[in-house]
Design a protein around this ligand. Structure first.
Ligand code: GDP
Ligand code: K
Ligand code: MG
Length: 281
């Protein structure tokens, strides 16, 4: 059968390893994966006529450059290029978990969300239109209860749909950061796109956002480009203009915009029950 490379990405304690163990089962080989200081487990499972090669990556709240785990996850995505990233999201902690999701959206890669700990939402009686949230993000969302093995068959089927490009709800959405930031992204993007070798492999939008965040790792990776100085000049100009307008570091501006997106999206899709201390309002 066809081989689908999957990477599990998510916050610590979102249930990645539980999902990994359940999906791979005890009959599958589980071995150490060539990590540096952080390691990742890898297993192959066969299901529905496909072979899923699943990598369980270290848990992170973000994929910037501030810890070896974050860099490991980020490099795995950009260098190993899994066919699909399964973003394991703790349903009982949506706002914080979805922050990482917004970074995956920026990367313009195929993502499927395992909305894990779904039992916790059900227990609280939350009314969550996760399908609508999925549409806003261009990412299919499948509820799972990894600790009980629930939803995993559906998740695997959705991975096949995504791999085969046959789900109309999956599209390359992006977060709208507002006119000023979007203009900055566009200006930097144009300079990046003068290098087809780069933009064939990586999303120019993602790199542009990283440059606005003044991400040193990304900047260093561009130094060999013939128009590097122009890119740097443009990025600096964009950052300066944004910081003058918002009076905040550009990285904070992007983070705030991401949380703004999450807050807005949850406001439209997520409702806690109107019961407090036994009283019904
Ligand atoms: P990881 O850090 O992302 O690898 O998370 P783990 O797989 O280690 O899971 C963290 C904890 O959550 C463990 O105690 C699991 O048993 C528990 N857990 C995993 N999935 C679920 C779930 O769907 N519902 C509930 N209630 N607990 C879960
Ligand atoms: K853990
Ligand atoms: Mg784990």
């Amino acid at each position: 059968g066809k081989f689908i490379n999957i990477a599990l990405v998510g916050n610590p304690n979102s249930g990645k390893t539980t999902l990994f163990n359940y999906a791979s089962g005890s009959r599958e080989r589980v071995g150490n994966y060539g990590g540096v200081t952080v390691d990742a487990k890898e297993a192959v499972m066969k299901k529905y006529g496909y072979r899923f090669n699943i990598v369980d990556l270290p848990g992170t709240y973000s994929i910037t450059e501030y810890s070896p785990e974050e860099l490991f996850v980020r490099n795995h995505i950009t260098e190993k290029m899994p066919d699909i990233v399964v973003n394991v999201v703790d349903a009982s902690n949506l706002e914080r978990n979805l922050y990482l999701t917004t970074q995956l959206i920026d990367m313009d890669i195929k993502v499927v969300i395992a909305l894990n700990m779904y039992d916790e939402l059900e227990k609280k009686g939350v009314d969550f239109d996760y399908k609508a949230l999925g549409k806003m993000m261009g990412i299919p969302i499948i509820p799972t209860i990894a600790s009980k093995g629930k939803g995993i068959g559906k998740l695997l089927k959705k991975l096949i749909d995504s791999y085969e490009d046959r789900d109309p709800n999956i599209r390359h959405a992006h977060i709208n950061y507002g006119e000023m930031i979007e203009n900055g992204i566009k200006n930097i993007r144009e300079k990046l796109c003068e290098n087809p070798g780069l933009t064939d492999k990586y999303s120019p939008r993602y790199i542009a956002i990283k440059l606005i965040e003044t991400d040193k790792t990304t900047m260093r990776q561009l130094t060999k480009l013939p128009n590097y100085e122009e890119i740097e000049f443009t990025a600096n100009k964009v950052v300066k203009r944004l910081e003058q307008e918002y009076v905040e570091p550009s990285e904070t501006i992007i983070t705030d915009a991401k949380y703004g997106f999450i807050t807005g999206a949850l406001k439209e899709t997520y409702r806690e029950p109107k019961q407090f201390h036994g009283k019904v309002r």
